[in-house]
Design a protein around this ligand. Sequence first.
Ligand code: ADP
Length: 647
Amino acid sequence: MGQEVTGRSVPAVHSETDHQSSALPGEAALELSLEIAELLTPATEFGSLLQLAAERVRARCHVEAVSLYLLDPAQDALQARAHAGSGHPHLGANGDWTPTDKAGILGQAIRERQSLTEEIVSHRASSLLRRSQVVTELSIAVPLEIHEHAIGLLHLRSRSSTDGEPGSLRILQAVGRHLAAVIEQAQRSERELQQRQLIENLNVIGRTLAQTLDPERVLEMILMHLATIVAYDRGAIMLQEGSELIMRAIRGFPAYASPLRIRVPIRTDDVYQTICRTRQPLVIADISKRPDWQHVDGLPPAQSWLGVPLLVEEEVIGMMSLARERPEPYTEEEVALSLSFAQQASVALNNARLYDSLTQVNATLKQAVSQLQQQSYDLQVAYEQLKRLDKAKTDFITVASHELRTPLTVLSGYGQMLAADVELANDAFRGQVIRGLLTGANRLNTIVDNMLDMARIDSQTLEVHPEPMFPAVLIKAIYPTLKQILRERRITMNLDKSLSGLPLIEADTTGIRKVFRHLMVNAIKYTPDGGSVRIWGRALAPNDTVLGQAAVEIVVSDTGIGIDPVVQDLIFAKFYQSGQVAIHSSGETTFKGGGPGLGLAISRGIVEAHGGRIWAESPGHDEERFPGSDFHVVLPLRPDKVLASGR
Ligand code: ADP
């Protein structure tokens, strides 16, 4: 409109109390108040409310222009927020708040909370008549007052001098108070709306957090929701990786800047280090003045900046960076809001970190499990193979011993026939040959017997025929068969008195005889010449823990080479031998003379078939000091468990 204010302003300040008349009739004032009150609806946005209020005031007061200013306590400045009527110098083109000089009647009206007027004489250029025109206007400043402080100001420009009269000013003052109350109420509603919005945003983020383990998605969502509450031009969530900050999520960055690839080196005492040290948000009003600020090439320069730490277990892992290109520092409220969003970002990042390590643990576990499965499969295969081999061996033993039995019987029979021949027996040489033949056949018989016993134990077909017997009697009956060897080896065998005190038991005499003969022969075999063997026993009470029932315990104790604790159980496995298999001596009782390694395995089979137990005890193997061994046999008084006979 080509309006230019060039004139002088005449400071003709009047106070409202000076005169009594009014240009805004009381009725119109009432209607204005009503109109202003009606603006308070949930649908009216705060900015539009201010604009509508300015327009209503202008319409009712019939003035040239009405501007509405709000006081910004943070900056201690008036901000133009709405304008109705002819041109206004203080309202930016994009509707931004523009700080206004608080000098003049605007400042004075605010300070004194008084409606004030002044006359402004201006020269206005008229394009049609090409001459200057003198315009006299009234400038009226009306404070928006509530609870005895001004929250802003209404500024009216009027050509009617009556508007400056005290009566009008008083009515305008009342309108100002009413408008202030409406504005305050609207601000409160807006704050409540913001709070609700904040809670809703945080809820959405919380729900997303619970539903996704993709941190980038959550971080972008955090920046997006934060933007609806805290204004910023560029936002980034940055994570520390070593000595650099990596951008994990961004908002508001120009596409060409591709900041996701940007790494910002961390420098001594830069903004990030300050945040790390204080673990508090950092507000910088003008970042361009900070020498430590690292401007990223290609980005428009930032002015106001807010950095919020991302804390995980009290440790700063990165920061949220919010930049504004205009000089509008972040308020305390904005900092607090950003902090709540940053906390959510920390949770998202920590969740992702935990998930990562969980996935790693899972992968390691999976690998370990598949290794274990493979090992267990290999073991199973090996076990099956061993079982097959063992069965093949048992089958072989059964077949071989049966096959040996027939020729052996023939051999023994002929041997005995030859031995019965008096003529041959009297011939020293032939007699010796025949006796050797018979001894060999007997030994072979015993070995075949043992092999058959073992095969029966393996196939669980060992027959047990319990009958009443005194263990002492049985052991004493074996003794004479060993007398000759004991003499040769100069070994004393002591059958302890305790044996005679043992109660009557029920057991398979043949089997139990084999057990004690094995043990007594072994005791001689593994004891050096001149040593001793002692056999003793005791009765075990029904509550004894060995079998959990009444039993007898018989111990064959020697002063021999002893047994290494490591093999004390292994020696009961079939074919176990301590020495080399190849060193098999011919003599059954020669010192350390090897045998087939079946004696103890058969003994255990027979004892266990009675429901008893057999085990060895020894301080260890020592062929110089001869610590000796004890072989314990525990048999129940009555076997309640007898292996089923398959034949
Ligand atoms: P064999 O005597 O035929 O080798 P056994 O089954 O009778 O087989 O014994 C197995 C192994 O147990 C023997 O080779 C020996 O190492 C050990 N052993 C058995 N009795 C004794 C003992 N009284 N003292 C030391 N070692 C023994």
